[in-house]
Ligand binder design. Sequence first.
Ligand code: ZN
Length: 475
Amino acid sequence: MTIWFPLKYNEILFILQRHAYTVKLKDEISGKYVEIGNYSPNLKIYVCGPTVYDKPHLGHLRTYVAYDAMVKYMRHRGRSVFYLQNITDIDDKIINRALETGQDPLALSRKYTLDYMDAMKYAGVDSVNYYAMATHHIKDIIKQIKRLEKKGFTYTLPDGVYFRVWMLKNYGRLKHQSPEEQKTGARAKVAELKEDQRDFVLWKFKKEGEPSWRSPWGEGRPGWHIEDTAISLSFFGSRFDLHGAGRDLLFPHNEAELSIMTALKNSENVCPAWSYTGMLKINGEKMSKSLNNFIPVDDVMQKYSREEVRYAFLSSLYPTDLDFSWNMLEESRKNISYIRRSYEKLEKHSQKGASVDVGSYRELLYRNMDDDFNTRIAISILMELASEIMKANSLDSESANEAKKLFDDANTFLGIIPEQKEKGIPEQSVESLLKLRELLRKKKLYPESDAIREALKNAGIIMEDGGNGTEWRRE
Ligand SMILES: [Zn+2]
């Protein structure tokens, strides 16, 4: 017998998910808060990845830790998220650096891609489902340019194929600039040959010594902007939920991406939310290579833990600029140790302990995270809970369990509480004591050897004497 059911599994899932958790986030184009997560059961998120031509620095970490926390939070609230990030592994900056240093451009970008991955691993950024390398998507890029060509959006100059901006009446939506403002601000470098100063290159023709691929327009390589749209649209189709990036990529890079998408899909709403992380500054200036004021991740890795770095960045609102100081990391260290101590104190709960309303802490924390991912307040709520725990002699069992659960839950997306260090006697000391015990037994000093056995037992070490000597494990 078959049971008649009017809806397919996917349709039921879709309806259920539609009423599931959504998140409010500020969209740069409209300047308004929009709700994301209504479009499809699985959220599709694209974040502009790095151009890998140098060591990753703290500015990168700030952006990618922010999106990591956002994605993990949405997953924690029950949403399925596909998080896609590109890696720009072929671009002018890479080629120039390779020429300066006499390296092969693709070998250079491969090296810095690995460095970038190490930096992400250090910072606990492990929520990205797929890192798409631009050079692995040359076919998608060519396909996209062909489609733009068919629609009349391209023209060819001696140095490459260009995108015709004037055909889109809303170019400048992200930067909120009128066509007149755009013209006065732009400098024409490529020559007066361009139809419009705002036009940008989609395919660059090959120059001596540069990596190149075959295309219908001749050998060459992709322009930066189309690398992103070829990747995002080939994975996501006609629509995705969120486009993220550091604020320095808004113009012209993201504006160009938006133009390509609009042209290809005849829609201005391929992505309803464009969000930006603020810049990481040092002494009031943007951390950048050109000002030579950037701090490589390597320098921080030696001195501070993953949790300390995450705490420092997530203690500020992601869209605002953040002034970096070493003191920030020192403060994080102190605060994390405070939370950790309060967390450990939860193990000593008692029937007569104090009762804490952990439910209202949780509610407040979620409410703030739902409001454009306010990690700053989320962290301060955890600090407040920690302080309440530290002030009490002990908590009652229920409060202690709930508090522990809240710390654990928040840690799945914030990642600021370090794992407990190994407790009890270090392994080496156990081994030495066992050797001493063996020696005493050989000398038939049994009371002494038994005393060691007893002391280790009290420290949670279980011993088993067997044919191959004594084996031990922790309780
Ligand atoms: Zn990008």
